[in-house]
Design a protein around this ligand. Structure first.
Ligand SMILES: Nc1ncnc2c1ncn2[C@@H]1O[C@H](COP(=O)(O)OP(=O)(O)OP(=O)(O)O)[C@@H](O)[C@H]1O
Ligand SMILES: [Mg+2]
Length: 327
């Protein structure tokens, strides 16, 4: 049975650009899919196609059990969307923005008011509730936009870079809100440039590049593919690089790499902390002095770099155009 968000062979072109080049997705109900990819990979285009804002050239999409191309209006009633670019009405206050959304979704006025109060509180906007939102800071607007997406708790949510531009405290709070939502059964597709965020929140991850899914799996599966754990040693003296390399060769599961200017040696291993202790004892027995030693596991950043060949950039709201122009 297809999941709460399902896509098959989605293609979307803009002139010569194949923004989506055959994307398949399947997100089981009540889980979080993290969509990762460099700038221009097609993440926002995918979100826009799945949320009826764009019509794909070909392919199939089913959200909350409803065919997106055949019944866009029904899909709209079953989803919440928070976009990369906040969609709040600048001239309305925070409170009015939230009440308006409630009313658009046919809530009674009283209910919409109560919901607005609750969300303003939750997103720390109570003090600013009655100011026009054009006076809000970037982070406040983003929080208001997210609050707006949560006025009616829809079964399926899409969040395109929900925490870009939020400070660490607000980001942490949003993570908590997201975890509560998902615990309550919401299915979420989230795009993010913060790989730590995907690591923390997503059950499954899809890495997209040039409109295609180039890798998928859990964070742990992707990390394991990137090449397991390794021991890193920094020796105190350059003369100790060779003897240390010999020691590491004895413990490693692959080639030892050594950098003479940093005096750092690395070797892939398996065996975790116990093995690390043995390496330390052996180095010590041979009189090799070390400045640093550690067991390093690949981070999601390592995965991202090895898959796409570049580091994840933070797409600031103003930076988007420049980054695309530079790409
Ligand atoms: N309306 C449009 N008209 C023309 N080209 C577009 C349009 N929307 C997107 N594109 C192009 O499609 C490609 C994918 O863009 P998209 O916005 O989906 O990327 P993204 O993965 O969301 O990137 P970012 O991380 O910068 O937000 C890019 O090359 C972009 O320039
Ligand atoms: Mg985008």
């Amino acid at each position: 049975m297809p999941g709460a968000i399902y896509a098959e062979g989605l293609v979307k072109t803009f002139g010569d650009v194949r923004a989506l080049d055959g994307v398949d997705l399947d997100v089981p109900e009540g889980t979080v899919l993290g969509l990762l990819g460099p700038n221009g990979a097609g993440k926002t285009t995918a979100v826009r196609c799945l949320t009826t804002l764009l019509t794909p050239d070909s392919g199939k999409a089913v959200v909350a059990g409803i065919d997106v191309l055949k019944h866009p209006n029904e899909v709209r009633r079953s989803i919440g969307l928070s976009g990369q670019f906040a969609a709040v009405d600048e001239y309305l206050t925070g409170r009015e923005n939230l009440q308006m959304v409630g009313q658009l979704y046919q809530m009674r006025a009283k209910e919409a008011k109560l919901r607005a109060v609750e969300l303003l509180e939750r997103f720390h906007l109570t003090d600013a509730a009655d100011r026009p939102s054009k006076t809000y800071s970037g982070g406040m607007r983003r929080r208001l936009d997210l609050a707006a997406a949560l006025v009616v708790s829809p079964p399926v949510m899409f969040m395109d870079e929900p925490t870009t531009g939020l400070d660490p405290r607000n980001r942490q709070q949003l993570w908590e809100v997201i975890q509560e939502l998902v615990a309550g059964g919401t299915t979420l597709l989230l795009t993010t440039q913060y790989l730590e965020e995907a690591d923390h929140l997503a059950h499954d991850i899809c890495v997209v590049d040039h409109g295609r899914v180039i890798a998928r799996g859990t964070s742990d599966q992707l990390k394991a593919q990137t090449g397991g754990e390794r021991v890193e040693v920094v020796v105190h003296e350059r003369e100790h690089i060779d003897p240390a390399a010999e020691v590491l060769r004895g413990f490693g599961k692959g080639e030892v790499t050594a950098e003479s200017h940093t005096r750092r040696l690395t070797v892939p291993v398996s065996g975790g902390a116990k093995l690390l202790a043995e390496v330390i004892r052996e180095l010590d027995a041979r009189g090799i002095e070390i400045d640093d030693i550690g067991l390093r596991r690949p981070t999601l950043d390592d995965v991202f770099i090895s898959l796409t060949g570049h580091v994840a950039e933070e797409a600031g709201e103003a930076g988007q155009d420049e980054q695309e122009a530079a790409a």
